[in-house]
Design a protein around this ligand. Structure first.
Ligand SMILES: Cc1cc2nc3c(=O)[nH]c(=O)nc-3n(C[C@H](O)[C@H](O)[C@H](O)COP(=O)(O)OP(=O)(O)OC[C@H]3O[C@@H](n4cnc5c(N)ncnc54)[C@H](O)[C@@H]3O)c2cc1C
Length: 465
């Protein structure tokens, strides 16, 4: 007889949320985690990085406040304390998950799990391996950092986000390889605290994969903040010299540039963690490293489900959590059929300053899909609340279907947009139109008025520009 209805492997935002939802649905549930509860997100990703980003923004705000009549003399940064606070926040997150497991009667096994006949074998250094028998397995083992040849991580000169989140030393100069979400967030942190920052991105603009206007605007803003941005450049090689590195990049047409820095941060993406958990041995089907699942998150092996970074395509904490809920509701018989999680309803947020947020199709993707589109754009410099708070960089860009006005995508850059995107997300869920958004009364003065104005602009009816 099975010990559990469900055993979850991995306690990141995918696994731990799925376990709680399973317990709510009456499934006898256990979770196996080899590291700390909360996964990459709580310990080495979303949460600790946002603590540091919020400190960087605070420092920049206070430093630049003199023009607003607020003068702070003797301002300085205690970087070890910044990192220390971020670790404390991560600790609180892990404790929070432990509390939630107890509250929901989810059994927690600390150790490394491996899929075995009828369940999972857990090993740790506290005794003999334990065999947990389960009716269903949910694999949520996440992902690990990708590196490039010659960029092997040594934790001193060449770092990934993992080492950067722990290192209490503020480097004088950093070359960041990769201008995606993680690269630009660290670029903002280091530049704000005074380091000389160069970002190398092989695509034509920062934030590849997002609406191209966002990356261009971010590049403009980062350059204004003093960073060097090398878009259209590829990493070629690295030479470690004493306590720094010389990085050669090339522009794809044979022209090389040589960059020197105390640290090199590798932020070239993440790869799914399929090895070590027995997934491959039981024959779970994968494609380009990602586990293949159906709309209910079932893998090719009966009784084995998979979610989160292991599955993709959006490697985000909230995607992992939503997929986790979908998986356990499917196994509990609550959901039958259905289309699964629609990636065009998943918001993507980046927490540098200006912030970046988007949901739905980019203008280019909408056109490539054959849609006739209307585009409305509203700049924050035309908005009272943005002027009042002295944050006028950026815009809201709305892409709508030209015939019926359905909102296909919203792309924002500027202050507070990672919160504003929730309204656009709801709009996508409700299949809202530009007319409905334009008719929604928005309080004045608020940053959210930019969304209404962008909807009006798409209809050729903008009022404040
Ligand atoms: C620097 C950084 C910043 C980020 N910021 C954001 C952000 O702001 N917003 C956002 O949405 N996403 C962000 N992400 C991405 C986010 O962290 C991931 O998408 C999310 O953590 C994926 O969740 P998951 O549950 O799939 O896996 P993970 O969080 O990776 O958790 C997997 C867990 O499985 C455990 N595990 C693996 N193998 C085994 C095994 N064999 N036995 C036992 N345990 C095992 C691991 O120890 C880990 O705890 C960020 C990532 C990084 C690196």
């Amino acid at each position: 007889m099975a010990d559990y209805d469900l055993v979850v492997l991995g306690a990141g935002p995918g696994g731990y949320v799925a376990a709680i939802r399973a317990a709510q649905l009456g499934l006898k549930t256990a979770v196996v985690e080899r590291d700390r509860l909360g996964g990459i997100c709580g310990n080495w990703g979303c949460i600790p990085s946002k603590a540091i980003l919020s400190d960087a923004a605070l420092y920049v705000e206070v430093k630049s406040a003199a023009r607003r009549g607020i003068i702070a003399d003797g301002l300085r940064v205690d970087y070890p304390r910044v990192i220390g606070r971020s670790r404390e926040v991560a600790d609180q997150q892990a404790k929070g998950v432990e509390f939630l497991f107890k509250k929901n009667k989810v059994v927690y096994h600390h150790g490394t799990g491996r899929i075995a006949e009828g369940g999972l074998v857990v090993t740790n250094d506290r005794g003999a391996p334990e065999h947990l028998r389960a009716k269903n397995l949910l694999v949520a083992t996440g992902s690990r950092e990708r590196t490039l040849p010659g960029l092997e991580v040594d934790g001193k000169i060449v770092l990934t986000s993992r080492e950067a989140l722990e290192s209490r030393e503020l480097p004088a100069s950093v070359v960041i390889i990769g201008g995606g979400a993680i690269g630009v967030e660290f670029a903002y942190v280091y530049a704000s605290f005074g380091a000389k920052v160069t970002v190398v991105e092989m695509a034509a603009s920062l934030l590849p994969g997002m609406d191209v206007d966002l990356g261009r605007e971010l590049e403009r803003s980062f350059k204004k903040q003093g960073m060097d941005i090398l878009t259209g450049h590829r990493y070629a090689r690295l030479e470690r010299r004493g306590d720094g590195a010389v990085v050669t990049v090339n522009d794809g047409e044979g022209r090389e540039k040589v960059l020197q820095a105390a640290r090199v941060l590798v932020a070239v993406g993440r790869v799914p963690l399929t090895e070590g958990s027995g997934l491959e041995e039981v024959g779970v089907q994968t494609e380009k490293g990602f586990v293949v699942v159906d709309a209910g998150m079932r893998t090719s092996v009966e009784g084995v489900y998979a979610i989160g970074d292991l599955v993709g395509p959006l490697l985000l904490a909230h995607t992992a959590s939503e997929q986790g809920i979908l998986a356990v509701e499917t196994m509990a018989g609550k959901r039958r059929g259905g289309r699964g999680l629609d990636p065009t309803r998943v918001p993507v947020c980046i927490y540098c300053h200006p912030e970046v947020a988007a949901v739905g199709l980019s203008e280019a993707d909408a056109r490539a899909a054959g849609r006739e589109v209307q585009v409305g754009k509203f700049p924050f410099r035309a908005l009272g609340k943005a002027m009042a708070s002295a944050h006028t960089d950026g815009f809201v860009k709305l892409v709508a279907d030209a015939r019926y006005g359905e909102i296909l995508g919203v792309h924002m850059i500027g202050v507070g947009v990672t919160d504003l995107i929730a309204e656009a997300g709801l709009g996508r869920t409700l299949e809202a139109t530009t007319e409905e958004l334009a008719e929604t009364v928005h309080a004045h003065p608020t940053l959210a008025e930019a969304l209404k104005e962008a909807a009006l602009a798409a209809r050729g009816e903008a009022l404040n520009i």
